[in-house]
Design a protein around this ligand. Structure first.
Ligand code: DAH
Length: 369
């Protein structure tokens, strides 16, 4: 600041002359008008209204003027500073409003955008069909039981009347766990759960045991090394083959509809006597490929029927081995393929689709959670 200017000399205090003040004010107003955003306006405020701005410096010079000159200079500088601060406030308001409008546009949530961009998963159709089967039997008073997938050879074969040299053992190509001497297998069937159940409890027994089974098959359209069965076992007084037939027919109609065509044909299993196999009318050709070389059917190999599973009356030897008196009790058992059930129910043609885990296979079955 200059020293007090007792003998008023306007030339010495150029910052206070009218032109200078007007120029400083106009420069400030021009910069304010040109500020395109709040950041720029902040710098403009510092430059033109800050402590070191020309108008602030001019203001400080007023005190150095002789008293007579102070009022006029004060008025001039004051009105210039007011003009600048009014313009700053107005521009600040404008720019804030523009920013708010921009934020509203840029950060707007478009509620019409699809929200389901990472689709939810769902349980595999095999799991849901398994539950449907369970529901159906639970409704008839059955209980659902389970057994281990790594099973003792004795439960999987011996106790089911499949001795070490029994030819049927080789029908079920077995995955051995560790060395064959260890006596452990990946169960080739759910039938060992029958044995576990009969050894654990007394008749009357009404159970089903759904689960995974394993055989050394190559994966192709009709085979898979891992598949699923549902085992059924009933042991009570007076059980006959008619009960078995009635139960499986009910099972089939509930699964496939009233127009399903089934047949039972004699077969052989070491743990049932007599034994039978239950077939379903081919769901692809409906039997029309039989004797019709022009329209062969891959699904049933033109036989018209597809094996659904085995069944029979529990062999008295098995009852005895499990401590059940065959003089008093009789029973039936069955083991149906769940993949076959699913394929038949929905007309699926290729087993590989079931194990590959491609969600496009599961989607048409409905996404049950
Ligand atoms: N365990 C047999 C299989 O995997 C199917 C079977 C046949 C189960 C007859 C049974 C039965 O319970 O009684 O080929």
């Amino acid at each position: 600041m200059s020293a007090p200017n007792k003998s008023y000399d306007p030339v010495q205090v150029t910052t206070l002359n009218a032109e200078e003040v007007d120029r400083a004010r106009d420069a400030a107003l021009a910069s304010i008008a040109a500020a395109a955003d709040l950041e720029t306006l902040k710098r403009v405020r510092l430059d033109h209204a800050g402590d070191r701005s020309p108008l602030a410096l001019a203001n400080r010079e007023i005190g150095a003027l002789p008293p007579a000159a102070r009022a006029e200079a004060g008025k001039r500088v004051g009105s210039a500073r007011r003009a600048v601060s009014d313009a700053l406030a107005a521009r600040q308001g404008e720019l804030e409003q523009a920013r708010d409008e921009q934020v509203l546009v840029e950060e707007a949530v478009d509620v019409t955008l699809p929200w389901d961009r990472s689709p939810r998963g769902a349980r595999h159709p095999l799991t849901t069909i398994q539950e449907r089967v369970a529901d159906l039997f639970v409704a008839m008073g059955y209980e659902v039981v389970e057994g281990p997938e790594v099973e003792a050879e004795w439960f999987n074969f011996d106790a089911l009347n499949l001795g070490p040299d029994h030819p049927a053992r080789s029908m079920q190509d077995t995955f051995w766990v560790g060395s064959p001497d260890a006596g452990l297998v990946l169960r080739t069937q759910t039938s060992p759960v029958q044995i576990r159940t009969m050894m654990r409890r007394d008749p009357p027994i009404y159970v089903i045991a759904p689960g995974r089974v394993f055989r050394t098959d190559e994966l192709d359209a009709t085979h898979t090394p891992v598949f699923s069965q549902v085992e059924g076992l009933v042991v009570d007084e007076g059980i006959t083959m008619a009960h078995l037939r009635g139960t499986l027919t009910h099972f089939a109609t509930e699964m496939f509809g009233a127009d399903v065509v089934t047949r039972m044909r004699p077969s052989y299993f070491p743990f049932t006597e007599p034994s039978a196999e239950m077939d379903l009318r081919c769901w692809v050709c409906h039997g029309e490929s039989v004797g019709n070389p022009e329209r062969p059917c891959r699904t049933c190999s033109s036989e018209g029927w597809i094996e659904w599973g085995g069944c029979g009356m529990v062999n008295p030897r098995v009852l005895t081995a499990c401590g059940v008196d065959p003089e008093r009790y009789s029973g039936f058992a069955f083991g149906m393929g769940l993949e076959r059930t699913l394929m038949s129910r929905y007309g699926a043609e290729d087993m590989r689709d079931m194990v590959e885990g491609d969600v496009r296979f599961a989607l048409p079955f409905g996404m049950e959670l």
